[in-house]
Write a protein that binds this ligand. Sequence first.
Ligand SMILES: CC(C)(COP(=O)(O)OP(=O)(O)OC[C@H]1O[C@@H](n2cnc3c(N)ncnc32)[C@H](O)[C@@H]1OP(=O)(O)O)[C@@H](O)C(=O)NCCC(=O)NCCS
Length: 167
Amino acid sequence: MRNYRDDDAPALSQAIIDSYEHLTPWMDWVDADEAADLNAHRERIGRWSHEWKVGGDSYFGIFKGDILVGACGLHRRGAPDSLEIGYWIHASHTGLGYATEAAAALTRAALAIPGIKQVEIHHDKANVVSGRIPPRIGYDFAGEWPREKDAPAEIGIEWRWVMTRSD
Ligand SMILES: CC(C)(COP(=O)(O)OP(=O)(O)OC[C@H]1O[C@@H](n2cnc3c(N)ncnc32)[C@H](O)[C@@H]1OP(=O)(O)O)[C@@H](O)C(=O)NCCC(=O)NCCS
């Protein structure tokens, strides 16, 4: 897993195009026109690099050699002492443990940051594949909350999983 570079734009674009039908049920940001727009990806990578420099959200590509097999990140969406993990995996590279391994590595990295006391993984209740990952790496189930239904397969109930520093 590493930060994106400017020249990752074509690989990111292709991964999203290849995975379009796999991602759209669950990810509201996936857009068919934008997926093919290399400038849009370069701009996005530029924004992510800036965020990294100023200590904002972190966005990483997951690579096997030169192949982009997925993406993940650490996001400041909750309390100041917590980070939230996000992930998606290329449709041709699922079921190999990449999301599990990425989430475990991000959890360790997040809890090593001074001031971060807990890491969370949120997903729609209907996204059972995503929901199998946090308990596999030791997260506790924190409960369910109603939330806006953003993507087509979602039912609008969010499941939250938590790992604290003491865990
Ligand atoms: C959800 C998603 C990220 C899972 O990615 P993935 O890389 O296939 O997940 P993993 O491979 O880590 O785990 C999936 C299966 O692979 C199996 N697996 C195979 N090898 C493995 C290994 N070495 N380590 C761990 N699990 C492994 C797991 O057992 C698991 O099966 P199970 O849940 O039936 O037990 C992926 O399906 C995806 O991108 N979905 C669309 C986008 C999305 O929903 N993102 C999350 C939004 S909250």
